[in-house]
Design a protein around this ligand. Structure first.
Ligand SMILES: [Zn+2]
Length: 361
């Protein structure tokens, strides 16, 4: 249920800096890495290609061009440069390692999991540089491609590519898949759209199992990667709502209150979230602070998850009910408090006051 407020580009959470931190001799690629660091990938491609024609070809120049093409999402174009970088670095230095990392990304993005796995294992196992090793290892783990997952069972349905832990006992994968397909139908209909690719859905038997694999706290989704890591016992609708809403409505400004709120609202449990939040407020051993809705909107970390999630779910339900679905969708693309004020006008503060009165009565 974790939220990723910062939209990170999975697999590319690296920048040009590491190229500069490597022990390296000066060479023709130095100027390229400077441009690369500034994020001018087209500039690297243009200058790099010219250098490959007119100057001495080096592994680094090929790597810089290949990486820049990957950053531009031109995966097919990147392959020859990255392969050439690998060929030209038989000593398997950092150049080789990063070329394999980026080959893995290109294979993965073009739908070849097997070759992505191979490339990342090569990058990881050559241990040429800590950052490349870590990047390869994390990609393998996050996408369920490392050796840890070798015994997991695959199950393909229309909208999901499931991977089920081999430690799930008394588990009916057909029922699980069916309930998720049904939920997908309901939720994508509600949003009027959904992802253009299957959701890669990894189901763990427990958090302990995930800890063993070095995985972060479950469950979570990475909509940009069509990826969900879930643990048995989660609601059927929550995680897929993150992915479906992302592709149906393309939000650009995401806040915890709204993005988690909609996932709770659409979790398909039918639970009364207001009731849950009030029970927690009145019965928890350590009572959460009575945070105001605008405060929680601005800073999602103000309240514990067990409390803020049902509050958010109830709040979104209220917004949809009072303002209508159409206006909610219009608002959803920029989930900030400021944008809500623009969309809902003076009503918003009135509704918030009524909501807080009901919550804290
Ligand atoms: Zn969530």
């Amino acid at each position: 249920m974790r939220i990723f407020i910062i939209v990170i580009v999975l697999l590319l959470a690296i920048n040009g800096a590491e190229a500069q931190t490597q022990p390296q001799e000066t060479g023709p690629a130095d100027a390229l890495w400077e441009i690369y660091k500034q994020g001018d990938f087209e500039g690297v491609v243009v200058r790099g290609k010219a250098m490959l024609i007119t100057e001495t070809e080096t592994a680094q120049v090929n790597l810089a061009v290949g990486r820049s093409l990957v950053h531009q999402e031109k995966y097919d174009d990147a392959f020859p440069y990255l392969k050439r970088a690998v060929e030209m670095d038989p000593a398997k230095t950092w150049v080789y390692a990063w070329a394999e990392v980026y080959l893995g990304i290109s294979h993965y993005k073009t739908g070849n999991d097997g070759r992505a796995r191979q490339a990342w294992i090569l990058a990881r196992d050559c241990q040429a540089t800590a950052n490349a090793t870590r990047n390869a290892r994390e990609n393998l783990r996050l996408l369920g491609l490392s050796e840890f997952f070798d015994q997991w069972k695959s199950f393909e349905t229309e909208h999901f590519s499931f991977r089920f832990s081999d430690r799930l006992v008394d588990f009916n994968r057909v029922d699980f898949a069916r309930s998720h397909e049904e939920a997908f139908g309901v939720i994508s209909k509600w949003f009027g759209g959904g992802p253009d690719k299957k959701i890669r859905f990894l189901l763990w038997s427990s958090q302990e199992e995930a800890d063993e694999a070095g995985m972060q706290a479950l469950g979570f989704s990475r909509p940009d990667e069509y990826l969900t890591h879930a643990v048995l016992g989660q609601t059927v609708g929550h995680e897929m709502t993150h992915i479906i809403s992302r592709y149906a409505l393309n939000p650009t400004v995401i806040t915890g209150l709204i993005n988690e709120g909609v996932a709770v609202h659409m979790d398909l449990t039918g639970r009364d979230q207001m009731l849950r939040a009030r029970k927690l407020m009145n019965e928890a051993a350590v009572r959460p602070l009575k945070v105001s809705i605008p405060a929680l909107w601005m800073d999602w970390s103000l309240a514990p998850d067990t409390y803020s999630y049902p509050v958010a779910g109830a709040f979104v339900a209220m917004l949809v009910e009072k303002g209508g679905k159409e206006r909610f969708f219009e608002f959803f693309v920029d989930q900030s408090f400021k944008h809500a004020q623009e969309i809902y006008g003076d009503d918003l503060l009135v509704w918030i006051r009524e909501f807080e009165d009901e919550l804290y009565q």
